[in-house]
Design a protein around this ligand. Structure first.
Ligand code: SF4
Length: 452
């Protein structure tokens, strides 16, 4: 038999298997042999269908059933455990996927079995598994990520966050992407420490505009004890009193400082890894990757949610991106939120001539983060201005469920609020209430999160 005939034969066998399984399912759902034929939605590798659709010969939907467990299905297509439950507790094995022709190594180097959408949250990913997830063909990756996303989150709900720079510029650190580093010659105007009332007024406005998380960032190496830290603690308390989640991005923080921030009511602490461990020294020289991990540990120990992600477009390789995702996905617990940023190349920084990030690469990062860290909020952060509505829609489909709103993200431009409102409207999205994700994570920590 030649290759073509062999393929056709396999397709025929596959079709036959699906029809037999469909018939068995239909009988279990209360339909007789003459009622029509039955159709299973396509499964991707290793995942059971979440919904079984029963369709009559004219194509109209007769019934849907939730699929809640997996069991063996013999070659006859008659699932052994499928007999009494009519609609909600069926067990079945996905039809083995047809063999597809091998892809060129560059687009799909490794065959991949997707993790179950509703499986336990894992913290033991290997680097190889993370790479296999990341390197899939983009549409397969987005499809899987969307399934995982919908199993763990309300896919129509997007959290809106506002980020305010409490102190701008003259930072001692040399992060090569940053407009605020004193090591670079950028056009930004340094601003001194804002006072508490100024910050709280901005937080009030953010709340009125629909934000449920308010983030305060300070451009310095790390938290300094004294008047400024006391002001920051007052800001945190004030933001919480407004009913907003309070997040701070203050650089390196020690254990005692993290404890004081927790006592003030801080909901989350942002400290990005930026990139993978191997590439990190090419991005920042004034502190190490381990310094970053130490700060995350202090934050976690204090019981504050960790917000940590990174930036793509720094000149890193795909392996560096995978390395960053793997580091985050093997933390216990996973970060409460994972910002995914695209470099905004700022004039005067060492990266000013970096080419813009391909939006599909950003979508790929979002999708991989979603699969590896199913319960985390994935925040579509800097670089959103370079994305069309269509690219943002794909990122939301792939599992992004938070954005930063407001015309400016610290010092770089961000889409206008009316543009975001139009985007939400056209996609049927709505703002997510505050504390929802934190509560869900907390609850999950007592259940499945601990089993992963
Ligand atoms: S990213 Fe933060 S720490 Fe690095 S230079 Fe900018 S403000 Fe400073």
């Amino acid at each position: 038999m030649d290759d073509y005939a062999c393929l056709k034969q396999k397709e025929k066998e596959q079709r036959g298997r699906r029809q037999r399984l469909g018939r068995a399912l239909g009988q279990a759902m209360g339909f007789g042999a003459g009622d029509g034929f039955y159709h299973l939605p396509l499964c991707f590798d290793g995942l059971p269908p979440k919904l079984i659709k029963t369709i009559n010969p004219k194509g109209s939907l007769l019934r849907e059933a939730a699929c809640t467990a997996v069991a063996a299905v013999p070659a006859s297509g008659k699932p052994s455990t499928l007999s009494t439950q009519k609609a909600t507790a069926m067990t079945l094995q996905p039809v083995p996927p047809a063999k597809t022709p091998a892809r060129p190594a560059s687009s799909n180097p490794v065959p991949f079995s997707a993790p179950p959408a509703e499986g336990p949250v894992r913290h033991d990913w290997t680097l190889e598994e993370a790479a296999r997830i990341y390197h899939q063909p983009l549409l397969d990756l987005v499809y899987q990520a969307a399934s995982v996303h919908r199993a763990h989150h309300d896919a129509h709900s997007i959290q809106m966050c506002t980020l305010l720079s409490v102190k701008t510029g003259k930072c001692s650190e040399d992060c090569s992407y940053c407009s605020q580093s004193a090591h670079h010659h950028t056009d930004i105007t340094p601003e001194s420490f804002k006072n508490v009332e100024q910050v709280l007024e901005t937080a009030r406005q953010a709340k009125e505009a629909g934000s449920t998380r308010f983030c305060m960032a300070v451009a310095w190496r790390g938290v300094r004890e004294g008047e400024e830290f006391e002001s920051l603690l007052a800001m945190v308390r004030g933001v919480r009193q407004l009913g907003l989640e309070a997040c701070a991005s203050l650089g390196l923080v020690n254990q005692a400082q993290a404890k004081r921030l927790a006592d003030a009511g801080l909901s989350a602490y942002n400290h990005n890894l930026d990139t993978g461990p191997e590439y990190y020294p090419k991005v920042v020289a004034t502190r190490t990757f381990q310094d970053r991990l130490d700060t995350l540990e202090h934050v976690m120990n204090a019981g504050i949610g960790v917000c940590s992600g990174g930036i793509i477009g720094l000149g890193e390789s795909p392996e560096d991106r995978v390395g960053m995702l793997h580091t985050l996905a093997t933390l216990t617990p996973h970060p409460e939120s994972v910002p995914v940023n695209a470099l905004v190349a700022v004039k005067g920084t060492p990266l000013e001539h970096r080419p813009p990030v391909d939006p599909m690469e950003l979508v790929r990062m979002v999708a991989a983060a979603r699969i590896l860290m199913p319960r985390s909020m994935v925040r579509l952060s800097a670089g959103r201005l370079g994305l069309t509505h269509e690219a943002q829609a794909l990122a939301f489909l792939a599992g992004a469920n938070s954005i930063f709103t407001g015309d400016k993200l610290l010092t770089t431009p961000n889409p206008h609020q009316t543009d975001d409102a139009a985007l939400f409207n056209s996609l049927g999205l709505r703002g997510r209430p505050s504390f929802e994700a934190l509560k869900a994570n907390h609850a999950a920590g007592k259940t499945a999160e601990g089993s992963g």
